[in-house]
Ligand binder design. Structure first.
Ligand code: ATP
Length: 367
């Protein structure tokens, strides 16, 4: 017998008019997983979530929840809990009534409703708010109540559509921690839609990166960050420096590159088919580059001379912009209060390992 998944998308496609907004979407989600749909605005995240929720029907493909085909099954028969970007609480009902709503619809007995609402309010750490109205709550509290309301019916699948995006940065982080704790405690299979890469890395067991309705990569946060399947994935997640160049020597695992500015760089082959003479974009992340005043210290394999342009203290780290002639590189170093040797105008050496270089065929628009 084939393995059973909590959710399966098989070749799902959705068109609006002639516009294909979700194309050949295949995904299998195991019980208890938290999966993020990540991608820029308009890439099809919400459309896919809406098909899983039953608000939209796919034009092609099959959608299975707990092994049952859901195409055509109304939303209220899919055993879902949902939380959206905007707080969707009923303003004329108290917190208790809001959370109890789904249970009342299901004709659950009153004493059980009281017990289950009480429990779920404990879970979101707002047990003392039961008698308040939504307008008497802060944005973060409202969103926690929305989560409580989604969880109280013990759904088999929790769908979260940008649930944190209306909150300020501090609250966002707080609620993000809270949601991760809750998700792990309850173990409910969860799909989390976000355009915020850090949120996706933080929350998920696996991330689905989408671009223009197509799945670019499905992988663990580590895989997505360290083994990007495409240039889009590499540049969408985290910061990276780009240098334009050409493939020189290819020998086994080793890749020799020449930048358009005439520097020789080393990289390693990562399975992408590249040919000698091919124009490429070369990437290295700011945190993988070391900065030195003495050239002898630069011994990781790629050594480039530059001049410091800008130094910005950012709390946990300091960012230096270094002009290397062809381009400006951003380098992330340990926090420093003041270092005369790293002041604007200072000559420095940058140094990074061939293992930390990502090479992608240059896009036609840049070639
Ligand atoms: P965002 O982060 O901005 O919400 P998204 O990744 O969730 O973006 P979707 O809302 O799924 O993107 O939209 C995908 C594409 O489908 C967009 O180009 C959008 O304009 C289009 N689209 C969405 N809903 C409709 C509709 N009802 N009719 C026509 N086009 C639509």
């Amino acid at each position: 017998m084939s393995k059973s998944y909590d959710v399966e998308l098989i070749n799902i496609q959705k068109r609006f008019g002639s516009n294909i907004v979700v194309d050949s979407f295949n995904l299998q989600i195991e019980r208890g997983e938290c999966i993020s749909f990540l991608g820029p605005s308009g890439c099809g995240k919400t459309t896919t979530l809406n098909m899983i929720a039953g608000f939209l029907e796919p034009d092609q493909g099959d959608l299975l929840i707990k092994g049952k085909r859901m195409n055509g099954v109304p939303s209220n028969k899919r055993e879902l809990g949902m939380v959206f970007q905007t707080y969707s609480l009923f303003p004329h009902m108290t917190v208790f009534e809001n959370v109890a709503y789904g249970l009342k619809l299901r004709k659950v007995a009153k004493p059980e409703i009281r017990e289950r609402v009480g429990k779920v309010l404990e879970l979101v750490r707002l047990p003392h708010m039961a008698d308040r109205y939504p307008k008497q709550l802060s944005g973060g509290q409202r969103q926690r109540i929305a989560i409580a309301r989604a969880l109280v019916t013990e759904p088999s699948l929790l769908l979260l559509d940008e649930p944190l995006s209306n909150l300020d940065a501090k609250l966002r982080e707080e609620l993000r921690d809270e949601m991760k704790r809750l998700q792990q405690e309850i173990g409910v299979t969860t799909i989390f839609v976000t355009h915020d890469q850090e949120e996706a890395l933080y929350m998920s067991n696996r991330i689905v990166v989408l671009d223009h309705g197509k799945v670019e990569q499905i992988g663990t946060p580590w895989d997505i960050y360290n083994r990007p399947a495409s240039e889009f994935v590499h540049t969408f997640i985290g910061k990276s420096n780009r240098i334009e160049g050409t493939v020189g020597q290819l020998s086994g695992h080793d890749l020799g590159l020449t930048t358009d500015g005439g520097l020789s760089l080393k990289a390693v082959q990562r399975g992408l088919p590249l040919t000698t003479g091919e124009k490429v974009s070369i990437y290295v992340r700011p945190e993988k580059i070391s900065i030195h005043v003495n050239v002898e210290m630069a011994e990781k394999g790629n050594r480039v001379k530059g001049v410091v342009k800008l130094v910005s203290f950012l709390g946990a780290y300091t960012e230096c912009e270094v002009d290397i002639g062809q381009t400006t590189m951003v380098v992330r170093v340990e926090s420093i209060e003041h270092d005369a040797q790293l002041a604007p105008g200072a000559p420095v050496w940058l140094d990074w390992s061939p293992d930390d270089v990502f090479v992608f065929p240059r896009k036609e628009s840049l070639a």
